[in-house]
Design a protein. Sequence first.
Length: 418
Amino acid sequence: MTTQEILKAARTARPALQRANTEQKNAALLAMADRLWADRAAILAANAQDMEAARGRTGDVMLDRLALTEDRVAAMAEGVRQVAALPDPVGRVLRTVERPSGITIRKISIPMGVVAIIYESRPNVTSDAAALALKSGSACVLRGGKEAFRSAGAIVEALREGLARAGLPREAVNLIQDTTRQSAGELMTAVGLVDLLIPRGGAGLIRSCVENALVPCIQTGTGICHVYVDKDADPDMALDIIDNAKTSRPSVCNAEEVCLVHRDIADKFLPQLKKRLTEDRAARGLPPVELRLDRCAATWIEGIPAGETDFDTEFLDYILAVGVVDSVEAAAAHISAHSTGHSDCIVTANSQTAEAFIALVDSAAVYWNVSTRFTDGGEFGLGCEMGISTQKLHARGPMGLEELCSYKYVVTGNGQIR
């Protein structure tokens, strides 16, 4: 099917989804989760083909984003089940107003309609997006990258089989067959067919959507995440947080890309940081982190001099830009100049300093003594997420069910005229 045919098919599924009650949607979600696990052999076989095609053309970190295992398929199915267990966001009365005229005005949450998602090489996004869209009463149109096309196709087929078994239209979940830029452009300009467009991927994809979309678009994803180690930080806690934020999964958007250290502790802390991220990791046979140092940091430890763009780069790799600052205000100013508004952290035992950081840093998620890796729909209790919004209208941070709903006003009276 062409992209336009798929969009029109998704549109035809809207009425059935709008009429579906909570029990019907939950039954469909549970059936979808069951089919994901039942069809795991086919999903893993498709993923193996994608992995084979990608080897030699992409690095190990990005291969990890693409790879599926039985555990990851099980986690995908569990994520769908978690969405089924969440409260239904549709039909909630957000506000009721009784006017002097006698009319009653209710503000009620409603489905978006058709949600399109453009994403790259993470197959698990396929099931997360489909589950959230369905529970919020919307059809979804998925446009994955060519690297994961076989994996996404097998996942969508399992999800659609679950939908059909639960009596909901298969067209509630759709996969675009064209992985060229043309299909992305068609989604961006599908006025009247797409109610919300969500790009999940690198800076280039997000910039293209923001600049070219004629349909409503949410800016998501790019994460130049900072950890600031204050002079009053517990050094062991700081090292644990930085290690986790940088190395647990460097290919994701909530991974740390920049470390800032207060000047008063730089002489002691930076050698500890270098030992933890380079020497200790290499001794355990793990990839060492490449440190790119500003001039001040380079006076205390050896590393690669930071280039002009290193503090403005989402590396998505074992690379960390390191800088030294004089105060919490200087750290916040640096973050303001270089952050993408995703997730930024302070490590300190001083509550006044922490509160100053929280007030000054204008990011979707601001952390105090916590790894930035927690910016995630599942970790935030949303089941899973449609993406991490780095803008302020209408959603910010991990996008769950509530962020996938709009609202309308229902006005009731007994013949009033104005």
